[in-house]
Design a protein around this ligand. Structure first.
Ligand SMILES: NC(=O)c1ccc[n+]([C@@H]2O[C@H](COP(=O)([O-])OP(=O)(O)OC[C@H]3O[C@@H](n4cnc5c(N)ncnc54)[C@H](OP(=O)(O)O)[C@@H]3O)[C@@H](O)[C@H]2O)c1
Length: 329
């Protein structure tokens, strides 16, 4: 079936500037870490991508190792781009990353120039693209000089294989250093991708302040704590859930009684705001103007539609924020 993007796709999505750059991202972006591999159903993930673009989601986030098997999310995404999004490349912001283990031997992970440059070449081949919009160092490498890793990012921009670069999972001190080096090289750090949600508050300890001061964007990943911050686990573990599938890092051990009690209380607060828990969790992050976009996942088009409705209510009263803090402890 021929896909025709909705003519009204830009009507409802707010686009936020990434730090002090010229580029904007949709307030909600879609990640392809789970649900887009060869183990998943093409018709379903194709429908998720259509729903996303039809809703104004212009940013799709990948990495070399997304699947499983590693690389298959990029290959599948490339296929759908060719089939359905031909002619729309200039309306899309596509990112990929390298840093985690991707191939055997000493050059298949971390932060050397050797690994980063060849990994991006492989990603471009899998996605059948000439360039990505954003290329990330997926994690800091304790053994490679930061100058080399950042130099590789600068290099791929000069080669025309990436338009912008970013960093992910860098602690504030490492991020500050990376931002400084990239600025000196003349390829400013566009954006940082940290893990941040109501259940993962690390970036509040200095990272958000740093990014705000430096004019670098912030796109938190797993803002729904991989599904914990939704109504998914309120009544047990559904068969089609990430916990039940057992393909990633989310396991039943994380569903402690204390966690479930927080989830139930947050769900009640969400209902008082006429939101689903997923919507509450996302609007709570987006209320901070240093956040460029929330990077969500979805295993069904309906989840995406539900999550996108977070945009209907981004305002929190001081009382609501206090109630949330009381639950989160
Ligand atoms: N830089 C990094 O190191 C890094 C690490 C991790 C992720 N990421 C990026 O961040 C993206 C998002 O990560 P994530 O998938 O963990 O994000 P997430 O949004 O926290 O979790 C997504 C999962 O939550 C459930 N869900 C989503 N919307 C829902 C809704 N409205 N109602 C009920 N359940 C809902 C689904 O779980 P079920 O599958 O159980 O239905 C979905 O697969 C990734 O795709 C990737 O691009 C980056």
């Amino acid at each position: 079936m021929l896909y025709q993007p909705s003519p009204g796709r830009y009507a409802d999505m707010p686009y936020r500037r990434i730090g002090r750059s010229g580029l904007k991202l949709p307030a909600v972006s879609l990640g392809l870490w789970h649900n887009f591999g060869d183990v998943d159903v093409l018709q379903n993930f194709r429908a998720i991508l259509h729903r996303a673009f039809d809703s104004g989601v212009t940013h799709f986030d990948l990495a070399n190792n997304y699947g499983p098997p590693p690389g298959s999310a990029e290959t599948n995404f490339g296929r759908i781009l060719k089939q359905d999004f031909r002619g729309y490349r200039d309306e899309l912001v596509i990112s990929t990353k390298a840093g985690y283990h991707m191939w055997e031997g000493p050059y298949g992970e971390w932060g050397s120039r050797k690994y980063l440059v060849s990994s991006l070449d492989q990603s471009l081949r899998r996605m059948k693209l000439d360039y990505v919009d954003i290329f990330y160092s997926h994690r800091p490498d304790p053994e490679t000089p930061l100058e080399e890793t950042m130099g590789a990012l600068d290099h791929v921009v000069r080669q025309g294989k990436a338009l912008y670069v970013g960093i992910s999972n860098y602690a504030p001190r490492e991020a500050a250093e990376a931002i400084r080096i990239l600025r000196e090289l003349g390829t400013p750090c566009l954006i940082h991708q940290p893990k941040y949600s109501m259940f993962e508050r690390g970036p509040e300890n200095g990272l958000l302040d740093l990014l705000g001061q430096e004019g670098v964007g912030c796109i938190p990943f797993s803002p729904l704590a991989q599904g914990l911050l939704t109504n998914k686990y309120l009544h047990g573990i559904p068969d089609d859930s990430r916990v039940a599938k057992g393909v990633g890092f989310l396991t039943e051990t994380q569903l402690t009684e204390a966690r479930l009690s927080q989830i139930r209380q947050l769900n009640e607060l969400a209902q008082q705001r006429n939101q689903s828990l997923a919507q509450l969790a996302l609007s709570w992050i987006l209320r901070d103007e240093r956040i460029t976009s929330v990077l969500i996942g979805a295993s069904k088009p309906e989840q995406l539609t539900d999550s996108l409705r977070c945009l209907d209510n981004l305002q929190f009263s001081p009382e609501e924020l206090e109630q949330i803090e009381a639950v989160l402890g």
